[in-house]
Design a protein around this ligand. Structure first.
Ligand SMILES: Cc1cc2nc3c(=O)[nH]c(=O)nc-3n(C[C@H](O)[C@H](O)[C@H](O)COP(=O)(O)OP(=O)(O)OC[C@H]3O[C@@H](n4cnc5c(N)ncnc54)[C@H](O)[C@@H]3O)c2cc1C
Length: 541
């Protein structure tokens, strides 16, 4: 099968859906997503979306907070422009029906770690679900957006696939993607004049993560293989507080349930297993210090005391208010027998957010022609070395809009009416069921290796070990890939390995501790003139 369209969008989180809405105003869109439309990181976002709304707040304050969190690596133009565009884009969300929580006829703005003001719009503690609901409804009302579920993008199509028209690798175009139909078990191609990568994060690279199972880093890996520039992949944010659950608790098998930052913003206190407060030893802002500091503090307490978890205590707050603010957290904790109004919540850190990714300019353009990107898969320069809470939904929203504008500009200046001839997918070969078992073992090995050696605290030795193990896994998986018909787990394993290698390589390049990257071999910041982004490009592309 082969489909042609104006714009192919890969991903149905906030970035993909919002871009689809904008682009549908002037072009036809096919939006593919690998599970059902709602399954995305967006759907699980609890805390909210940051924007200057309160009259006592200011753009300058939001910019300053973002820059402080970013530890010297933010792109000031990206920060300023995103913060200033935020109110307008939030208004777009409200116009399509997103219901943010209100109190006394005004938005109930929450405060989160690292923010100097209350500026987080939220829909109780189910913000992402509400945004996703409103976007899916709006998109489904557009006749020229075709949503294809259970459709997993395998690789971006570039000149490398057009054998008769091989161009120099520094001038590649993206002409759509090869896609795996997860229901029919076959590969087809979607050929497009422009492609938007909106595939979200890569948390599944790690053993413990708050990210859902879709977050296998497919977009990062596809972009890298296609030759796009990748930046700052070492900066992985570990959320300090995911619910510590008994191993046999099936509901949380492949992702940890997040206990939102907003709980600490609401007054939650961190205690060791024997009930002692400890954040005052690490930072003057205590529980409201940025996530990297809180995550490292917890990691340190766990290692020092040999414990599996610390506690988050909210019991001193009014019970009704707790239930009113955090209905989802309250009911989820109750399922494992914890009443958070009366009992401490056991928590551990978990991989949460990728600050680096596919490098895009201020307009959402990647280094490949006709390939645009928005959302967690990108590196826009907003987060620098560390993301400020609730800035990611905002970044995805703003860049989805900008991508819409950029593609319109491209189409206005571009006379491409004939799409190139793209060859069919070559899928000769077969895989026995026995070998499929190897895939799940390798996935576990990737996750364990990354957790043990490339986690919250790193070192040269740990990174070297991770590099060696990943090289083996890569060789083994590559052999399988070349001789088999593809299937989702194999494709995801391949992507998890590529993402792991990018993270390891970038971490090895950074000879300092900055933001989310902490290594015991270089525990301080490098001198100012050495402060720069890590950049990786696939020279074989
Ligand atoms: C538990 C949790 C809580 C969070 N809370 C907040 C918060 O309060 N505030 C905030 O700002 N941020 C929060 N974040 C981060 C934020 O949710 C994400 O960064 C953001 O939603 C990313 O949006 P996105 O559109 O880029 O990607 P996603 O929402 O992850 O969507 C990615 C989409 O791409 C699809 N996809 C992936 N690979 C493929 C492929 N190969 N082929 C086809 N489709 C593919 C997926 O199925 C999915 O539809 C949270 C994240 C998590 C996990």
């Amino acid at each position: 099968m082969s489909l042609n369209t104006d714009v192919l969008i890969i991903g149905s989180g906030i970035a993909g859906l919002f871009a689809a809405l904008k682009i549908s105003e002037y072009a036809d869109v096919i939006l593919i997503t690998k599970k059902n439309t709602a399954e995305s990181n967006t759907n699980y976002a609890q805390g909210g979306i940051a924007a200057v709304i309160d009259k006592n707040d200011s753009f300058e304050k939001h910019i300053k907070d973002t820059l402080i969190a970013g530890a010297g690596l933010c792109n000031i133009q990206a920060v300023e422009s995103i913060v200033k565009e935020a109110p307008e884009r939030i208004n777009d969300l409200i116009e399509i029906g997103t219901q943010f929580t209100r109190k006394n006829n005004a938005f109930d703005l929450a405060k989160e770690g690292g923010h100097s003001m209350s500026r987080i719009l939220h829909a109780k503690d189910l913000t992402g679900k509400e945004i996703e609901r409103a976007l899916i409804k709006a998109v489904s009302e557009k006749d020229n957006i075709r949503i294809m579920e259970n459709s997993l993008a395998i690789d971006l199509i570039t000149e490398h696939h057009i054998k008769t028209n091989k161009e120099k690798s520094d001038n590649l175009n993206c002409w759509g993607a090869y896609v795996f139909d997860c229901l029919k078990n076959e590969v087809y191609k979607i050929v497009s004049k422009a492609t938007v990568l909106a595939t979200g994060g890569l948390g599944q690279v790690y053993l413990h993560t708050t990210n859902p199972i879709i977050a296998t880093g497919d977009g990062f890996a596809m972009a890298y293989r296609a030759g796009a520039v990748m930046t700052n992949m070492e900066f992985i944010q570990f959320h300090p507080t995911s619910l510590y659950t008994p191993k046999d608790f099936k509901e949380f098998e492949s992702k940890s349930f997040l206990i939102s930052e907003a709980v600490r913003g609401f007054g939650g206190l961190l205690r060791t297993k024997d009930g002692q407060l400890f954040m005052h030893k690490y930072d003057d802002r205590k529980e409201l210090a940025p996530r990297d500091i809180v995550a490292r503090a917890i990691d340190n307490e766990l290692k020092k005391n040999g414990d599996d978890f610390v506690y988050l205590d909210i019991t001193h707050k009014n019970s009704d208010e707790i239930i009113e603010h955090f209905p989802n957290i309250y009911s989820t904790c109750l399922k494992i027998g914890i009443d958070i109004t009366k009992e401490f919540i056991p928590v551990v850190p978990a991989a949460h957010y990728a600050c680096g990714g596919v490098a895009v300019d201020l307009n959402g353009k990647t280094s490949l022609n006709r390939l645009f990107a928005a959302g967690e898969v990108t590196m826009t320069g907003l987060h620098g070395a560390n993301r400020l809470a609730s800035n990611s939904l905002l970044e995805a929203l703003v860049y989805a809009h900008r991508v819409g504008v950029s593609i319109k500009d491209l189409f206005q200046s571009d006379d491409t009416t004939i799409l190139p001839q793209i060859p069919e997918w070559d899928d000769s070969g077969a895989l026995s069921a026995d070998e499929k078992i190897l895939i799940s073992h390798s996935i576990n090995e990737v996750k364990q290796t990354m957790w043990d050696y490339v986690g919250i605290v790193r070192s040269d030795l740990r990174l070297e070990r991770a590099e060696k193990r990943m090289k083996n896994l890569n060789e083994e998986t590559d052999k399988l890939y070349k001789k088999t018909k593809v299937f989702p787990k194999l494709l995801e394993l391949r992507n998890l390995i590529t993402c792991s290698e990018l993270i390891i390589k970038s971490a090895q390049m950074r000879k300092e501790s900055r933001g989310l990257h902490y290594t015991i071999d270089y525990p301080s910041l490098a001198l100012n003139d050495l402060v720069k982004n890590t950049i990786i490009k696939n020279d074989n592309s």
